[in-house]
Write a protein that binds this ligand. Structure first.
Ligand code: ZN
Length: 227
């Protein structure tokens, strides 16, 4: 059964992976968090991730994969691109690192195997996938099969956020008792502002609108006894 086992969370210190970290804590006995350093504009992201992992009392490790910054230009690593210039036409947002989750999950699986862990958690969501093909359920299932074949192992990739939107992700954080922690201590903002963020970049808008929707929901009112 799941509860007896160890799990590795692919952990960035953002809203989604932090919610997943606490989901993992609830469902598994031993939790490891792995963060990737890949030339982010905001290195602070990784330090915040370390702080959250410490508060959550989980094992934390940083893997330097900054070579991926040299594979293509994108606004998380290239400071010459303005973060707010995201295309409204459905083309990839300029935060796109092609195949990023393919890299991250593959490396995570090798790392997990070394530690004798076969459960892996990632905070990807098809609902809010914002144009990233490697956040889709079909990709994750396909990669899971590929990883198992590649290493002759029985990895299980868990995606607790796959079919829920940002409001429901806030609801999950609240259910796990970490709404305030996730709200105040995570970094999702493309401009590197912690907590509620700058309020106007695409990540802040998505996060803020989700929070507003959750606060307005019946489930929030029921949980917090408000009218
Ligand atoms: Zn922002």
């Amino acid at each position: 059964m799941m509860n007896k086992e160890a799990v590795l969370v692919v952990f960035s210190g953002g809203q989604d992976s932090t919610t997943c970290l606490f989901w993992a804590k609830k469902n598994f006995k031993k939790v490891y968090a792995l963060s990737f350093l890949y030339g982010q504009k905001h290195r602070k992201e990784v330090e915040l991730a370390r702080d959250i992992a410490k508060e959550a009392e989980v094992e934390f490790e940083i893997m330097d994969v900054s070579f991926i910054a040299h594979l293509g230009k994108n606004s998380l690593t290239d400071t010459s691109i303005e973060m707010d210039q995201v295309k409204p036409d459905g083309s990839f947002p300029n935060t796109f690192v092609p195949g990023r989750n393919l890299f991250f999950l593959s490396i995570a699986a090798v790392y997990a195997r070394e530690k004798g862990i076969n459960h892996i958690v990632t905070g990807v969501s098809q609902t809010d996938f914002s144009g990233y093909p490697d956040c889709r359920d079909a990709f994750i299932k396909s990669l899971n099969v590929t990883l198992n074949l590649a290493m002759d192992e029985q990895f299980v990739i868990h995606t607790p956020l796959m079919w829920i939107d940002k409001a429901e992700t806030w609801a999950l954080a609240d259910e796990l008792g970490v709404l305030e922690l996730v709200r105040n201590k995570t970094l999702t903002c493309y401009n590197g502002v912690m907590g509620d963020g700058c309020g106007h970049c695409p990540a802040c808008r998505l996060r803020g609108e989700g929070l507003k929707k959750y606060f307005a929901s019946d489930i929030y009112r029921l949980r917090h006894n408000n009218k």
